[in-house]
Design a binder for this molecule. Sequence first.
Ligand code: G6P
Length: 366
Amino acid sequence: GDYELGGYPDYMAKEIAEQPEAAQRVLRGRLDERLGTARLDGLRFTARELRGIRRVKFLGCGSAYYAGQVGAGLVEELARVPADAEPAAEFRYRNPVVDPDCLYIAVSQSGETADTLATVEELQRKGGRVVGAVNVVGSAIARECDSGVFLHAGPEISVASTKAFTNMAVAFALLALTLGRVRDLSLAEGRRIAGALAELPERIGQVLAESDRIASLAGRFADAEHVFFLGRVRGWPVAREGAQKLKEISYVHAEAYQASELKHGPLALVDPAMPSVVLIPDDELAAKNLGTIEQVKARGGPVVAVTTTGLAVPGADEVVRIPSAGPELDPVLLTIPLQLLAYHTARKLGRDIDKPRNLAKSVTVE
Ligand code: G6P
């Protein structure tokens, strides 16, 4: 085909490396830095309709669900509109209450996932307003939704989603900004977020430049039987996606926990053989996260902290640093070192990275 590997050993490496350009594409023509807002013309909503949205719910499977969770955080934070994410299959089978004032967003890279498509149909039957956040133009979900936002990540071949996940999160930041600016988000704050979004592709490139350093940490994970990914609030969906990536391509057992829940059970599992990856955004909860490191270290657990360049992280055995895009957008950047961590661990273990056992790129049957 015309979608070649180039010099890369596999598609996952290629797709990770493509993220700066992919992010550029999802942003193109959609940011207004002067007015500190965004425009998502594909949604086909007037400002009045945007203001009428009382709730936002993201629905998807796997990484699309975790990206939705990042999106829900952004919508609540920037627009102060209640938002959440739910796995599409859970939603469709529990006979959900469909709220006419809720904006439902069907999130899917392929646009073909059976449970997500069925969720769209169920919502339409019950009068829900559902839009797509889809990568593949012309796919079933894109056709079924009358409007939406295309992700423009380009073809994603590797089963483990990377650039599509990032573009989902960036698209949801654009949505959150749009919703915020027809509500209470100030011009100055809107401009700050729009400016940070414009710079995001470059920042992603800076994170990717750390690939060798992250590769050098992979041995810790390749030798482990279990790994914790710990994060709270902004770091929590990032931790979930990080655990997902590690288990799907390296087959190392990984679990994500809210760092705040550690002492209520999972701390019993921590020992010198079980490393923890602790996500530490440079936000008002940084001190709490440093406390989490202490809790893990006190039980002899090795800690790899993933944080921004500005924050001192005493106590961690290893620290991976990313340049900050501001606390709201840092979850997008914090995800990228975790892709690299999973990737290099899987390589060290000799896994079939693009086609992990038992998994399919898109699950089109139930
Ligand atoms: C499969 C893939 C995952 C993906 C999920 C949703 O399980 O292995 O990587 O996140 O489907 O796919 P979608 O195409 O709907 O985003």
